[in-house]
Design a protein around this ligand. Structure first.
Ligand code: PMV
Length: 364
């Protein structure tokens, strides 16, 4: 942890000593969709296999944090001290403040809002945790006089976000991001995610993602519980071998601009994730009839020449990815054939995005 946080070490010895009355930091951070999935972890919030994701643009969280010196430390979210997200933030704050002494003994007021409508079933932990972490580290940077636009700052934020939610560490960079040690890309690590855009074909940096909301009910399966199920899953060993092979192939597809290979691997990963859930001891079954209808129609459309493919997160909603230049055709296809399977005809047309940005106006 030391190596990541050295930049903040010039700060005050304690959060209370010489702390200004209040410090505030606000960030906007995006969600990401994994094409090679992280499912299963090792001790210390380390991934059982490397994963690769595309950062989104419209599905973002806006978060502001106001910090006051106070002991004991407390957290409120949107003026609510019983907000369901508080234990997660508290755990992360305590982990970070153990190493980052400048952050000790602070009370935190958190304002947070997702750009995507509430209850669309889109996972918000990647964007929410990364935005919160950026705010905390921004406060640490202010106290220590260090920079918030250096690569060291974003590496620290990726490292720290990972401790709150694995997938959040991939949201710190735009484009395509890889998390997990692999011999095929230098500089990769289990501790932080790295951007891999320089090896991605330029066409793919403009991919679109229409998110088809089949159900907005909160997912019935918490991902931490799902990761734990992998510890005793009968297919775990072969899954990790498969994920590593899929990573090699997806990197080749991304590098060579091979859309068909990208589609085949992404769909295989999405279905493998759900197959793992269905065959675990608790038999998580998250897809709905509408999910299956949409998947079949996407595959048919691709057979008939429309370059679209799907992926799924741990829920029933379908992400349909395609090159930007086919946006008009895909919109017709969506309206004619897919929207009928969506709850209240709900879709979000998103695209490969640029990563987090600081917000210079107060959210309070
Ligand atoms: O970051 P977590 O612990 O919420 O796990 C995310 C797991 C998946 O979203 C299902 C896959 C992934 O790699 O994002």
């Amino acid at each position: 942890m030391k190596k990541y946080f050295e930049q903040f070490s010039k700060g005050k010895s304690s959060g209370i000593v010489d702390f200004p009355d209040v410090l505030e930091a606000c960030w906007r951070s995006p969600s990401n969709i994994a094409l090679v999935k992280y499912w299963g972890k090792k001790q210390g919030q380390l991934p059982a296999n490397p994963s690769l994701s595309m950062t989104l643009s419209k599905a973002v969280t806006y978060t502001g944090v106001r910090a006051y010196p106070a002991s004991p430390a407390s957290i409120s979210i949107n003026d609510d001290i019983h907000h369901p997200f508080i234990p997660k933030l508290q755990k992360l704050y305590h982990l970070l403040s153990e190493e980052l002494t400048v952050l000790r003994d602070l009370s935190l007021e958190v304002r947070t809002e997702n750009s995507f409508p509430h209850s669309t079933g889109i996972a918000s932990s990647a964007s929410g945790i990364s935005a919160f972490t950026l705010c905390l580290l921004n406060i640490a940077a202010t106290l220590s006089g260090s920079s918030t636009d250096s690569s060291a700052f974003f590496r620290a934020a990726s490292y720290a976000s990972r401790l709150g939610s694995g997938s959040a560490c991939r949201s710190l960079y735009g484009g395509f991001t890889l998390w997990g040690k692999t011999g095929i890309v230098s500089g990769t690590s289990d501790l932080e995610a790295v951007p891999v855009n320089e090896i991605v074909h330029p066409d793919f940096l403009h991919l679109r993602d229409t998110i088809l909301i089949v159900s907005s009910e909160p997912k019935s399966l918490a991902s931490s519980w799902g990761h734990n199920l992998m510890d005793t899953h009968p297919f775990a060993r072969s899954r990790y071998i498969q994920a590593n092979k899929n990573l090699v192939m997806i990197l080749r597809a991304l590098n060579e601009g091979d859309f068909d290979l990208l589609a085949a691997i992404s769909e295989n990963e999405a279905l493998s994730l759900h197959a793992l859930m269905m065959t675990s001891t608790d038999q998580g079954f998250l897809i709905r009839p509408g999910t299956v209808e949409i998947i079949q129609k996407i595959r048919n459309a691709r057979k008939n020449g429309l370059p679209v493919f799907f992926t799924l997160d741990a829920g029933p909603n379908v992400h349909m990815l395609y090159p930007k230049r086919y946006s008009a055709e895909v919109e017709w296809f969506t309206n004619d054939e897919l929207i009928m399977h969506c709850e209240n005809q709900k879709t979000i047309v998103d695209y490969c995005g640029e990563g987090p940005v600081p917000i210079h106006t107060s959210l309070f």
